[in-house]
Design a protein around this ligand. Structure first.
Ligand code: SGN
Ligand code: CA
Length: 532
């Protein structure tokens, strides 16, 4: 796409060859005025990773690792400090992002039971209709084939880290050699450089598989962080008092993390529930790489089985392994975000491009003793969100307003000058990116998680989060309410529901919850009433 300034320069250069008659001068003046009136057509590069949480990004949290390239985005732009998802799980989160609607309205409520209806209105389709080129590379995870994209190459399902298969637009599968994060970036840069129409603005979605379970590192980073001891989160030994749903989950580092699949302590005769899956994953490596990989983990494995750890010692040992492997996978991600930024910079495109970095949800890095996500608790309802802003959008630093992944679609449309459809639930973040402080900004967010019974056994729940409080209702095979004061209890350890003194807060939050369910037309309350 031509930058505005380049277009003006071309018009001026052309003017030198025109006779300097009054008419010609008028025509040039008219041409310039048209150019000036034409809205700026910004490009959008949307980088979404999988399960990458703010605790593992140094621009949010300095305890664990450095992520210099992600920090570059925040340093040159904005960091959202109250950024959330509507349903903390992959497919549903992606569907919210594409449609600007909550799960019940876009129809993709759960990874395990939904198929995305690709005939519905989506943000990429609306951008396409407005003359944008649209492309997506990487994890898609919506079962049906992508619609609304001029170009796509996606991973089947969750995809693989090593020598991954991709599905191409003609539905052919190809195996690409290498590490998935590098390959997704290569394909994205190749589209930018060679495949798109350079005269059109574009919206490119770079969807990484990293940092999804089971955290398989790029081989060159196998030894990284091996000398580091990660600080244990305060809530690591949570006993879930007063929180029945939290006590019922199956995502405990100590109890549910598979010693072979997750922590890579593999022996030829290992027969844990996920040992065979693990063997299949590492057998994707070329023989020399597999040898290198196995040689790296062998001494760690031998020592682990020799020590025969139990209880707290075992829990903390598993936590350290988890943190190290996850951190290695983030390192490759950070490198590759750097490659995209460098490319845009080299091509002079940064001034005209919005660069977004986010994840499909947050993740537990040992908080409450957990890995995984799903719960409406802070670590997994949150998602990191940093943006590098093009010229003309002047916000810098932290944005504190409550934002949600249903806002991305309206934001991108607004940025492209496309009207935002009235049925979208999200709102445009553009005023915030311009540095405005809208007086009527939303004061609460709605959340609804459906995937139960299922892996990790997090019960169905919905709730409301305001700036200070959170009210959650777990339902289906349970009927339990939880209330948190995030100011006095940021780690959500004390369920205040039913505690004397909180009657008014509870009534107000219930009212707000019902208002949101009505506003978004979530049929859940009616369904629950019918059951009673
Ligand atoms: C897989 C993982 C789960 C994870 C889900 C959903 N198990 O099923 O641990 O919660 O994906 O993740 S695994 O044995 O296959 O690794 S999501 O981010 O795609 O929603
Ligand atoms: Ca995810």
């Amino acid at each position: 796409m031509k930058l505005f300034s380049q277009t003006v320069l071309c018009s001026l250069a052309g003017a030198a060859f025109l006779p300097a008659t009054g008419n010609a001068t008028d025509a040039i003046a008219r041409g310039l005025a048209d150019e000036e009136n034409r809205p700026q057509r910004y490009n959008i590069v949307y980088i979404m990773t999988d399960d990458h949480t703010a605790q593992m990004m140094s621009c949010y949290d300095r305890r664990h690792i450095e992520t210099p390239n992600l920090d570059r985005i925040a340093a040159d732009g904005v960091r959202f400090v109250n950024s959330f998802v509507a349903n903390s799980i992959s497919g549903p989160s992606r569907a919210c992002m594409l449609t600007g609607k909550h799960s019940h309205a876009n129809g993709f409520v759960s990874n395990e039971s939904s198929v995305f209806d690709g005939s519905q209105q989506t943000m990429p389709k609306l951008l396409q209709a407005a003359g944008y080129q649209t492309a997506i590379v990487g994890k898609w995870h919506l079962i049906s084939t992508p619609t609304g994209f001029d170009y796509w190459e996606i991973l089947p399902g969750q995809g693989d880290y090593y020598n991954p298969s991709f599905i191409q637009m003609d539905n052919k599968r190809v195996v690409r050699k290498g590490y998935v994060t590098n390959i997704i970036t290569d394909l994205s840069l190749d589209w930018l450089e060679n495949k798109r129409d350079p005269d059109k603005p574009f919206c490119l979605f770079i969807h990484h598989k990293a940092v999804h379970r089971d955290w398989l590192p790029e081989l060159k980073y196998l030894s990284l962080y091996e000398d580091k001891t990660f600080a244990l989160p305060e809530t690591f030994y949570d006993t879930y008092e007063g929180r029945k749903a939290a006590a019922a989950q199956k995502m405990s580092i100590l109890k549910d993390m598979d010693i072979v699949y997750d922590t890579k302590m593999h022996l030829p005769d290992s027969n844990t529930p996920l040992a065979a899956t693990y063997r299949a994953l590492i057998s994707r490596l070329d023989p020399a790489d597999r040898k290198r990989y196995e040689e790296f983990y062998r001494p760690i494995t031998e020592e682990f089985y020799r020590r025969n750890l139990k209880g707290k010692e075992l829990a903390e040992w598993k936590y350290q392994r988890y943190m190290r492997d996850y951190a290695k996978v983030v390192k490759s991600l950070d490198d590759n975000v750097g490659r995209v930024l460098d490319y845009l910079e080299k091509k002079g495109m940064l001034d005209n491009t919005l660069v977004v970095y986010t994840s499909d949800q947050g993740f537990y890095m040992g908080e409450h003793g957990w890995f995984d996500k799903r719960f409406m608790y802070e670590e997994s309802m949150s998602t990191p969100l940093v943006m590098r802003l093009p010229k003309g959008l002047n916000a810098r630093g932290d944005i504190r307003q409550l934002v949600q992944n249903i806002d991305y679609a309206p934001t991108f449309l607004d940025l492209a000058g496309v009207p935002i459809p009235a049925d979208m639930h999200g709102v445009s973040l553009l005023p915030l990116l311009r540095g405005e402080q809208p007086a009527d900004w939303r004061k609460s967010l709605y959340y609804h998680f459906y995937e139960y019974p299922a892996e990790h056994m997090v019960k169905r729940h919905y709730g409301v989060r305001t700036e200070r409080y959170k009210l959650i209702h777990f339902y289906n095979d349970i009927d339990a309410w939880e209330l948190y004061d995030l100011e006095s209890d940021p780690h959500e350890m004390h369920n205040l529901y039913g505690t004397p003194g909180y009657e008014q807060v509870t009534t107000d939050l219930l009212q707000e919850l019902h208002r949101l369910q009505e506003q978004y037309a979530d049929p859940i309350e009616t369904e629950l009433q019918k059951k009673q």
